[in-house]
Structures are given as C-alpha cells and as structure tokens.
Design a protein around this ligand. Structure first.
Ligand code: AVJ
Length: 323
C-alpha cells in the first residue's frame, strides 16, 4: 500500500514556490527542494562529516537508551511508529533492531518528501529486517498528517521526527506543525522529536560550513536542480555558500550569494530574473534550541514534555511529548 503522488502535482507546487521565491525581495528558495536524488546523496555525505555533529549525537542517544525508549514506546498490543522525514533510517534502525529482537509488535511507517530515499530505505529494510512490517508514504509533513489524522486503527501511535528536522521551520511554523501533530494524537500517543541545542557558535557554524565543501555543494545543488527541471541557467559556480548563526535567536541561516550580476532565464516558468552583484538567495534555516524554547513551543501547541534524552556532550536532545 503506497501512496505515490503524480509528477504533475509535485511539479505545480515546485513551479509555484520557486516562482514566488525568486520574484520576492529578498529572494528565497525553500530548503524542502534540496532533496532530489543528488541532494539526498549529498545529505548522506553531510551526515558522515566530522563537523556535522548532529547525526552522531542523536545516534549516541538512541544507541545508549534503546531499551528505555523502546519500552516507553510499546503499547499493550504493539504500536505504529510513524517517522516524518525518515531519510535513510540509519538512526531509527537501532531502535527497530531492538524491537524486532525483543518481538515487540511494531509497524514502521517511514514518511519522506523524497521517493528516492523511501525506495532505498524500503529495500534496505527488506534485507536487514525482513520480518518488520513496513509501510512507506511519500509527501510533505502537512499532507501526510492529514492522512494520519483520519486513521482508524486503535493502536498506539508514536510519531518520530529525528535529526532536528523541525529546525527548518521558524517558530511560528514549528508551532503550527506541532499543533497539527497534537491534533492527530490520542492521550496514549507519543511524539518523539530531536532538537539541536544552542552551543558554541563556532561548532554550529562549522557544521554548516564543512572543510570539504559538501554543505556548499548541497546548498548549490538546489540551483542545479532548478537548472535541470525548469530549464534555467543559474551560474552555480558564481555563488558563495554563506551560513550565519545568531546566538541570540539561535537561528542558523544559509544563503547563496551571487558574486556577480546575473540574468537568469527560467524557461519553464517563462521567467527572467536579475541578480545584482552580492545579492543573496536565502535557502535554509536550521534553528537551535534550549529546554526553555522547546517547553514554550510545546505549550503553544498543547503538548508537554514528559521525558528527555541527551548525548554526553549535551549538543542534542530528544524530547518525548504527550498531549
Ligand atoms: C536535515 C534539516 C536537520 O538543518 O541541519 C544539513 C539539513 N542543511 N546541512 C539541518 C542540513 C545543511 C539539516 N536538517
């Protein structure tokens, strides 16, 4: 049972949002468009970078507290594990291995915006955990939550959002995202969510400006994707990758800054845009948090933190929420 969106629907949103962002001032492109096949691949590489501490820290949390987390999740007659933004599922596999080994009945429902990532994950799980029941679904968080809300099963549901994926949303959007999740939860259900913490600004900036230039390539790949799929001619090499971190707000922002004047044709959009020298395109926010901000977000969304797990460096925290 798979819900695959037709290329058509996907294209319309993509076209519309790219048009909006590139005709706005200041210009922007949503980070959700990073993840085509090449973007997935580059993000996989990012997760292995020494500077990109997030993945390792959260892996440590799941690996250290596997049994405790598993027993927190387990319902009377098993449970459904819905993972929003599952990606390659590497961290989740620690938990899935444990659940299968302990014969705890679970249905794993990974959701991702990238069909490519889901196909890889499904294949991988078929081989490594053939007994695990897996149901994949492609879509954005918002589309998928709508379906989740209409579900009929009585089984306990645990919604999982790892990797500080919520960090791509500003606080206003994060509250509406958390509220949407809250509305879909019963009193029994749990939300397990990872939040990257405020820390030494240098550590944070390096995570988004690695020495091998993978993050730079990841950021620029969105322009390559636009060139390919919208028949456009961005000069990708004439952009500078520019991440910033504001320790007051905890917001990391990534920009592409044009090093020269550019006239860009986006033929499929019937659009021509001009970039002035040093004009920026904002491409991503990666919000950093602390316990107070997470508490505030939870309260705004009708949720409360019932437990939290930290890595040994206290760089990253997974929070457990109930409604
Ligand atoms: C997948 C959204 C958590 O913001 O840290 C990694 C994506 N961007 N390097 C993040 C990302 C640049 C990542 N998230």
């Amino acid at each position: 049972m798979k819900t695959k969106k037709t290329g058509q629907q996907f294209d319309t949103t993509f076209y519309k949002e790219i048009y909006e962002g590139l005709t706005a001032f200041p210009k922007y492109i949503s980070s959700k468009w990073f993840y085509d096949k090449e973007g997935d691949h580059l993000f996989q590489q990012i997760m292995h970078l020494p500077e990109y501490y997030l993945t390792g820290c959260e892996y440590e949390i799941l690996d250290t507290h596997t049994a405790e987390i598993a027993s927190l999740f387990s319902g009377k007659d098993g449970f459904e594990l819905v993972e929003l933004g599952a990606g390659d599922g590497k961290k989740t596999k620690v938990l899935l291995n444990h659940l299968v080994a302990k014969n705890i009945p679970v249905t794993y429902k990974p959701i991702d915006i990238s069909q490519n990532a889901l196909d890889n994950l499904e294949q991988d799980l078929q081989i490594s955990l053939p007994d695990l029941q897996v149901v994949t679904q492609q879509g954005t968080y918002f589309e998928v939550l709508e379906k989740l809300c209409k579900r009929s099963g009585q089984k306990k549901t645990v919604i999982m959002v790892l990797g500080s994926n919520i960090g791509n949303l500003n606080h206003e959007h994060a509250v509406s995202f958390l509220s949407d999740i809250q509305k879909c939860m019963t009193a029994d259900d749990l939300l397990f969510m990872g939040f990257d913490q405020k820390k030494d600004p240098t550590v944070i900036l390096n995570a988004y400006n690695d020495s091998q230039g993978v993050t730079e390539a990841f950021n620029k790949n969105v322009l390559k994707r636009i060139n390919k799929s919208l028949d456009a001619n961005f000069d990708c090499e004439a952009f500078k990758h520019w991440p910033t971190y504001d320790p007051e707000t905890g917001t990391t922002k990534s920009f592409l800054v044009s090093t020269k004047a550019q006239k860009v044709n986006l033929n499929k959009l019937n659009l021509e845009i001009n970039l002035s020298p040093w004009e920026s395109i904002h491409t991503e926010i990666s919000q950093k948090y602390d316990d107070h901000i997470v508490d505030w977000l939870a309260r705004q969304s009708g949720l409360r933190v019932i437990q939290q797990f930290e890595d040994s460096k206290r760089y990253f925290t997974d929070y457990v929420f109930k409604k």
